[in-house]
Design a protein around this ligand. Structure first.
Ligand code: GDP
Length: 529
């Protein structure tokens, strides 16, 4: 392939995730995007197929019962002349760590806001994460088929609560039963809503120009009021500024209804036009990797077990950062310095797994993992490189694990190490005794781990309270003080699942005392993978 083709493939890529509060419409809009991408024929089939496929898996059953999505998938689809990669973020608030890592693998985000509810708590948190890397955000105000809040108030709330300038691109014409469509402020075009087309690609009816007979006819007596409103909105809001959007300072905002599949097309058109193609990535030291570099690089941001219950495999999700993946190529697993031939990487076309022949920067490929790959690992074509920025958060909740059958200790350790490696939980092995302590960021993680230990490893685990309330990864350049610290605090020390030394404290006060006593020891609340 020539260089210009390679560059062309990169520039076509748009890799993004959806951020929203539960129930805002993420699943619904995902389905409509797949419809536009011709990845499905009729909306409604995504959920159905997912359920059929995993009907035998109790694990999925649990997920369904709880109404949450703990697995995160990748969907690739073509739209216009682009190749779009949509990374699904787990829906439940408990899985913030997992979501965080998905957000390190995208170049931009789509934010969905329930028009009746406005900016909600989880969206605020996710925006905080996006701000760390100035991720560009496009906003979609959903549920215009209902009586929602005043659009002007919603813009105001986005600006004040989320701290990002809002630039309306489309503006709703009415709402609820009187919803007629949207007016494109930039193109001076009316897009007309036809109800009842939610499960298909809807008609694309337009009127060019607000100041036209056709528009006056459509709006009737409301024309003047709407024209005045548009003038007001234009005067009072930010004009779209591509550079400000790309810098993460301004969010273009669209209005519509995901359920009725309206306004989504306009948003998608804006998205593929403006959203950034794969961006440069920071690696250790001064190294910045550009997607156009000829040599392959990528990093693993997620590991997921048992995607296919029949095969019990684990898949490592890798974002391609530069160069090109070709089936059968040799890659260096940088952390362990080993070269391996990768013949069977997967892509995720609309949720279906298939063997991939080639993949470009921005694409996500799945590697079969037999236990050697960890979250954060970098793969290259020989260079010793480590992509940074994929942290691991110190857990805030702890439990001791006991076995119902003590003979299963080996399976327990294996299961917990694998689940920890996947990021489902964190595991600590105290240095001074044979305990096993689990750490989590959210309490639901404990239930999930117990369930999976039983389902996948045949181990019945019982949880007990443990006198730990906070954990810190410790290291030091002062060998003498570090040795003294380790002697003094031996009963507080543990190795985590990746064999890193950890300090487990009964309380914040204990932690503060240890920090005061040993100023040369670093107590880290996050650890880079
Ligand atoms: P998620 O939790 O963000 O994935 O939200 P879902 O896509 O599952 O939607 C949550 C609920 O809102 C479901 O009952 C949807 O049918 C409903 N919903 C989604 N989009 C719209 C919309 O445009 N209008 C209305 N009235 N309901 C919607």
């Amino acid at each position: 392939m020539s260089d210009s083709n390679f560059i062309n493939e990169i520039n076509k890529r748009r890799t993004f995730a959806i951020i929203s509060h539960p129930d805002a419409g993420k699943t619904t809009i995902t389905e409509k995007l797949l419809l536009f991408g011709n990845a499905i024929q009729v909306a409604g089939s995504v959920k159905g197929r997912k359920n059929d496929k995993h009907a035998t898996s109790d694990w999925m059953q649990m997920e369904k019962e709880r109404g949450i999505s703990v697995t995160s998938s990748v969907m690739q689809f073509p739209y216009s002349d682009r190749t779009v990669n949509l990374l699904d973020t787990p829906g439940h608030a408990d899985f913030s760590e997992d979501t965080y890592r998905v957000l390190t693998a995208v170049d931009s985000c789509l934010m969905i806001i329930d028009g009746a509810k406005g900016v909600e708590e989880r969206t605020i948190k996710l925006m905080d994460v996006c701000r760390l890397r100035d991720t560009p955000i496009i906003g979609f105000v959903n549920k215009m088929d209902r009586e929602i809040r005043e659009p002007v108030d919603l813009l105001d709330e986005i600006e004040t609560v989320l701290g990002i300038a809002a630039a309306p691109i489309t503006w709703p014409i009415g709402m609820g039963k009187a919803f007629k469509g949207v007016y494109h402020l930039v193109n001076d075009e009316l897009h007309l809503f036809t109800p009842g087309q939610g499960n298909i690609i809807p008609d694309d009816k337009r009127i060019q120009g607000l100041n036209t007979d056709a528009a006056r006819e459509l709006l009737g007596l409301d024309w003047q009021a709407f024209a005045d409103e548009v003038e007001l909105v234009k005067g009072a809001s930010h004009e779209f500024d591509l550079q400000a959007y790309l810098a993460g300072q301004q969010a273009p905002i669209f209005f519509g209804t995901a359920m009725s599949n309206f306004g989504v097309r306009e948003m998608l058109n804006g998205f593929v036009e403006w959203a950034p193609a794969p961006l440069d990535r920071v690696a250790g030291g001064e190294r910045i990797v550009a997607p156009s570099e000829p040599k392959f690089t990528g990093f693993v941001f997620k590991i997921q077990a048992n995607m296919d219950p029949k095969h019990r495999d684990r898949i490592a999700f890798m974002r391609v950062c530069s160069g090109k993946y070709e089936r059968g190529m040799k890659m260096r697993h940088a952390r362990i310095g080993k070269d391996t031939r990768i013949a069977d990487a997967l892509t995720f076309l609309a949720g279906d797994r298939s063997a991939v022949e080639e993949a470009y920067p921005g694409d996500i490929i799945g590697l079969h993992n037999h236990g050697t790959i960890q979250i954060g690992d970098t793969f290259t074509q020989g260079e010793d490189l480590k992509f940074t920025g994929i942290p691991h958060f110190a857990p805030e909740l702890f439990k001791r694990v006991r076995l119902r059958d003590p003979l299963k200790a080996k399976q327990l350790h294996k299961g917990l190490r694998q689940l920890a490696e996947e990021g489902a939980t964190q595991v600590f092995f105290p240095v001074a005794n044979g305990d096993v302590v689990l750490g989590a960021v959210g309490s639901l993680q404990f239930d999930v781990v117990a369930y999976r230990l039983k389902d996948e490893y045949g181990v019945e685990a019982i949880y007990e309270g443990v006198n730990v309330s906070t954990a810190r990864w410790v290291d030091s350049t002062d060998a003498k003080q570090f040795a003294e610290f380790k002697r003094k605090y031996e009963t507080n020390l543990a190795m985590d699942g990746g064999d890193h030394l950890t300090f487990l404290a009964a309380s914040r006060v204990n932690l503060a005392m240890a920090q005061e006593r040993y100023p040369e020891v670093n107590f880290r609340a996050t650890r880079e993978h």
